[in-house]
Design a protein around this ligand. Structure first.
Ligand SMILES: [Zn+2]
Ligand SMILES: [Zn+2]
Length: 161
């Protein structure tokens, strides 16, 4: 069993898709644990907040991409299904080699967990935060691709209860 405090990395291959099936993909681990972001960008583009995992761009294999369309602004590029509107991916601008995958588009048995809530001050007033993951007012989360968890110093500096 993995302790609750220890970020974990899923190394298996997971499949995902949009709602209508016009976009299907698989991704080979390692996959980063999930970060939930409540920033204005995520709130408006998703309808509330974004919970995303991340993987090396080279490990994402689009199996069916006829519905995939990209929209973007200066901060991010976002991948949607143009047929059903599902939000599937996002990439920061400039990129960092990691593709963010909207975790709810994956198969349900992911082995992932929410490891941080970020930009929590930008969330809507109805949105409660649940669980023990650190709650940050900015985006500087320590959730990485390695299995090294956040240090106690980090939690003291950035975590809030
Ligand atoms: Zn679709
Ligand atoms: Zn965000």
């Amino acid at each position: 069993m993995t302790s609750q405090d220890e970020p974990q990395v899923t190394t298996k291959t997971l499949k995902g898709s949009c709602l209508c099936g016009c976009v299907e993909y698989e991704v080979d681990g390692p996959l980063r644990d999930v970060v939930s972001c409540y920033c204005d960008q995520c709130r408006k583009s998703s309808g509330n907040f974004v919970s995303a995992t991340a993987a090396s761009e080279s490990r994402l294999n689009i199996l069916r991409g006829d519905g995939l369309a990209w929209y973007g602004n200066k901060l991010a590029k976002r991948g949607f299904c143009r047929e059903c509107g599902s939000s599937l991916f996002w990439l920061p601008r400039p990129g960092d080699g990691l593709i963010r995958i909207m975790a709810g588009t994956l198969q349900r048995d992911t082995g992932l967990r929410v490891a941080a809530h970020i930009f929590v001050n930008q969330r809507s007033d109805f949105q409660e935060l649940v669980g023990d993951a650190p709650r940050l007012i900015n985006g500087n989360h320590p959730v990485g691709m390695s299995d090294a968890g956040p240090s106690e110093d980090w939690v003291a500096n950035y975590g809030c209860s």
